[in-house]
Design a binder for this molecule. Structure first.
Ligand code: G3I
Length: 340
């Protein structure tokens, strides 16, 4: 059979399944030409959803397991690890020529019950931290582009937030984690990941002071992650955001946009979708204009799977594909910025 004869059918199938026009260049190809990693948080729908898996693999060249590399998922019991789902997501990425961001080794949330239900001495908890990081980061050694080593270390004043980790190990627990992560996987970039630091404020100032101290003292750190969970009508100041990125870049650090979504207050209207698209485009342009900004990851890619409605009642539609995997204005806006 002449294979060429089925190509029109395959193009029709691609459009029919995803509404995607096969003649549009996927985001990942445009991003690669700009030396940019563009991606999304991903879940186990990679095994259960054809459209989900196809869209993710077609458009993105990096993924972050949304939940499957978190402490409670990989280390459900003190003497037991479970990597089944994390393995599936890392394998999926590698099969589809995608890099992986590891999220996250240490966090004040996702602490499993076996850790919450007892008291810990400093030495006991430090051993748990070391063993966990060696087991998890060690398992994927050489396969993770970057780790969010400690997630959301800071409070809104830029000080270490109170947590099991800070209360038991002191504020230095983050640098212990970075040293353990370097030992476990010297190839992975070690990132300090945070939310609400887009503007120059007490929190981003506190983060800047801490990572500058790490750089000055030789604590292993390679970059900072800006989560960027924002509102569609956020008054985005591109100049302030660029200045904020620049001060971290001046430390020799990579900048990662790690969890971008732009939530919309229901009901969704064409005007709100346009505002959302403009915001996605403006953030991406600021990242592209900053040579140290290497990663642009959204916290999901289809509105069918997003944390937003469960957390922000009356909000949703924060991503670039709709619930039926149709590209939204935000997708077209990103595509246009990358095409320039
Ligand atoms: O999979 C179980 C399901 O079996 C069960 O029936 C259901 C009801 O209990 O829970 C499901 O697990 C939920 C999981 O998301 C998958 O949907 C957990 O309860 C829920 O806590 C978990 O929420 C995640 C949240 O982090 C807490 O880990 C969100 O999906 C995830 O998007 C969110 O992501 C965080 C980043 O890690 C850090 N930055 C902020 C961001 C948003 O909160």
């Amino acid at each position: 059979m002449n294979v060429l004869r089925i190509i029109p059918f395959l193009i029709f199938l691609s459009i029919a399944l995803t509404g995607y026009s096969a003649d549009e260049v996927p985001l990942r190809e445009l991003a690669a030409k700009r030396g940019m990693l563009i991606g999304a948080a991903a879940n186990m729908m990679i095994q259960r959803g054809t459209q989900y898996a196809e869209t993710l693999a077609r458009e993105m060249n990096i993924l972050t397991p949304e939940n499957e590399l978190k402490f409670h998922r990989t280390h459900p019991a003190e003497d037991r690890y479970d990597f089944q789902n994390a393995d599936a997501l890392v394998d999926f990425a590698e099969t589809n020529g995608m890099k992986v961001r590891g999220h996250t080794l240490i966090w004040h949330q996702s602490i499993p019950r076996w850790m919450r239900d007892r008291e810990w001495t400093r030495d006991e908890l430090l051993n748990v931290m070391r063993d966990h990081i060696q087991a998890v980061a060690g398992r994927y050694k050489g396969r993770i582009y970057a780790w969010d080593v400690v997630n959301e270390y800071f409070d809104n004043k830029g000080e270490p937030r109170k947590s099991l980790w800070s209360e038991t190990l002191g504020s230095a627990y983050m640098e212990y984690a970075h040293h353990f992560a370097l030992e476990a996987d010297p190839s992975a970039k070690l990132i300090v990941n945070e939310y609400d630091i887009e503007n120059i404020n007490a929190k981003s100032d506190g983060m800047y002071r801490r990572v500058k101290d790490y750089v000055d003292r030789g604590v292993p750190v390679d970059g900072v992650g800006f989560q960027m969970h924002v509102l569609y009508d956020w008054r985005f100041d591109a100049d302030e955001f660029a200045r904020n990125l620049q001060r971290f870049a001046d430390l020799g650090l990579e900048i990662h946009i790690t969890e971008l979504d732009v939530r919309i207050k229901q009901p969704v209207t064409p005007e709100k979708l346009k505002k959302q698209a403009d915001l996605y485009a403006a953030i991406l342009r600021t990242c592209l204009d900053q040579p140290a900004c290497k990663v642009f990851i959204m916290w999901g890619f289809t509105d069918r799977f997003s944390w937003i409605p469960f957390t922000f009642k009356g909000f949703g539609d924060g991503l670039i594909f709709d619930r039926d995997f149709q590209p939204k204005p935000a997708y077209e806006a990103i595509h246009e910025v990358l095409s320039r």
